[in-house]
Design a protein around this ligand. Structure first.
Ligand code: PCA
Length: 205
C-alpha cells in the first residue's frame, strides 16, 4: 500500500511553509511497511488540481494526507469538512477568488474519510495538542481537500483522505522580530504528529 502526503510551498509573504517541508522530507520513507510519496504543491488555484490528481493516480494510495499551514494556530487541526467554495487570495499566481465554486454543480461539501476523532485522541495521548476543526477555510487548503475527496469519490476509490492544518514551527517563529510571536510547535513534533496520523489511519482502513 502507498501513502500520499502533500504539503504546500510558502505563500502570503512567508519564506517557509512547514507543510511542504514535511511532505518533501518524508518522501521515500517507509512507514509500517508502506511507501510514502511526499509532494510539495503550488499555492495556485489554477495549477494545483492537475498536479494533485496526477499524483493520486500515479501513486494509487490507500491513505492521502493533505497538509497545510494555519498561521496563528497553536495545535494540530484535523479538518472535518471541505466546502465547494473558493474565496481568498491572492494566491502565488496573484489570483484572487471571490465566491466561486470549486466544482460547478458539485456537492456542497465532503467529509474527511480519515478517522478524525481517533487521530485527535492518538495525538493527545502522545502529548501533542490537537483538535478537530470544522472549517478548513476557503483558500488553497480547503480547495485541495475538496479536490482530493471529489476525485476519489468520482472514481469510486476506497481511500482514507483528509486535511491536517499545522501551526508554524518554533524556528520559523523565532525568526520573527515581533514583540508577541505567534504560537508554534517544534518541527520534530510536527513530523511525529504526521507519522501518528498516518499510523492511526492505517489501523482504521
Ligand atoms: N495554508 C493555506 C494555503 C497553503 C497553506 O499552507 C490555507 O490554509 O489555505
Amino acid at each position: 500500500m502507498n501513502i500520499l502526503i502533500t504539503g504546500f510551498e510558502p505563500y502570503g509573504g512567508e519564506d517557509y511553509n512547514p507543510s511542504g517541508e514535511i511532505a518533501e522530507k518524508m518522501n521515500g520513507e517507509i512507514l509500517n511497511g508502506h511507501k510514502i510519496l511526499g509532494v510539495k504543491l503550488p499555492v495556485s488555484f489554477k495549477r494545483v488540481g492537475e498536479i494533485l490528481e496526477s499524483n493520486i493516480s500515479d501513486s494509487n494510495p490507500s491513505v492521502i494526507l493533505n497538509l497545510g499551514l494555519a498561521p496563528r494556530t497553536a495545535h494540530i487541526r484535523v479538518e472535518r469538512v471541505a466546502i465547494n467554495i473558493m474565496d481568498g487570495g491572492p494566491d502565488n499566481d496573484g489570483y484572487r477568488a471571490i465566491d466561486e465554486p470549486i466544482v460547478p454543480n458539485g456537492p456542497a461539501a465532503y467529509f474527511s474519510t480519515l478517522p478524525i476523532r481517533r487521530i485527535v485522541e492518538a495525538l493527545r495521548n502522545t502529548g501533542i495538542p490537537s483538535a478537530i476543526s470544522n472549517s478548513a477555510g476557503t483558500f488553497l487548503c480547503n480547495y485541495v481537500m475538496y479536490r482530493t475527496l471529489h476525485f476519489i469519490h468520482i472514481n469510486g476509490w476506497n481511500v482514507k483522505a483528509g486535511f491536517i492544518h499545522l501551526p508554524y514551527t518554533s524556528r520559523q517563529v523565532a525568526g520573527k522580530t515581533v514583540r508577541f510571536p505567534p504560537p508554534s510547535l517544534p518541527f520534530t513534533m510536527l513530523v511525529e504528529a504526521v507519522k501518528i496520523i498516518v499510523k492511526t489511519s492505517l489501523e482504521n482502513l
